[in-house]
Design a protein around this ligand. Structure first.
Ligand code: AR6
Length: 176
């Protein structure tokens, strides 16, 4: 199957995903917050924060990712990705966003995760325009999957229909 065919976009709540790993849209303190981060912490239980504090007291730089177990989630692992805040587009946002997806897939491969689900990192509280973010996210995932055959499928889990439609359009553009 081609890399693009291994990407599926769906509407849903990522905390319900049964993939081997789910990605979180975290902050560089790995301190929890609002949005999907809050939903993941609530569903995973307090062990998630305890593990983050113990293993990563220094947090995680923007554009990188760190792994914990999934605790009470169905997913075995949570890959905490730190995307950039949108600052108008000229502050290296695209490279940092691409780098957070790339880091997550590198970690997923190391963990021997065959399936992973992502939220649309940076498109909520961090204000990244959704179409621009979708181009970076899906373009990066497609090229990374090409190089990582052990990852069988990636699910982009969007929170609403509007975000889903944008991602489906961008995926069609990429498929040519
Ligand atoms: N499942 C899937 N997607 C979701 C869910 C969910 N349960 N909840 C929200 N989204 P955001 P960011 C979507 O704000 O922009 C936190 O405080 C949401 O609609 O969660 O990267 C962190 O601690 C949006 O499209 O993350 C950081 O401080 C997408 O997830 C900061 O927010 C990402 O929105 C990170 O901001």
């Amino acid at each position: 199957m081609s890399a693009i065919e291994r990407i599926t976009c769906v509407v849903g709540d990522i905390t319900h995903e049964r993939t081997d790993a789910i990605a979180n849209a975290a902050n560089s303190e790995l301190a929890g917050g609002g949005g999907v981060d809050e939903a993941i912490h609530r569903a995973a239980g307090p062990g998630l924060m305890e593990e983050l504090r113990r293993r990563y007291p220094e947090g995680c730089p923007t554009g990188e990712a760190r792994v914990t177990s999934g605790h009470e989630l169905s997913a075995r692992f949570v890959v905490h990705c730190v995307g950039p805040r949108w600052r108008g587009g000229e502050a290296g946002e695209a490279e940092l966003l691409a780098s957070s997806y790339r880091s997550a897939l590198e970690l997923a491969e190391d963990l021997e995760a065959r399936t992973i689900a992502f939220p649309a990192i940076s498109t909520g509280i961090y204000g990244y325009p959704v179409r621009e973010a979708a181009r970076v996210a899906l373009g990066t995932l497609a090229s990374e999957l090409e190089a990582r055959p052990s990852i069988e499928s990636v699910r982009m889990v969007l929170f609403d229909e509007e975000h889903l439609n944008v991602h489906v359009e961008v995926l069609e553009e990429l498929a040519g």
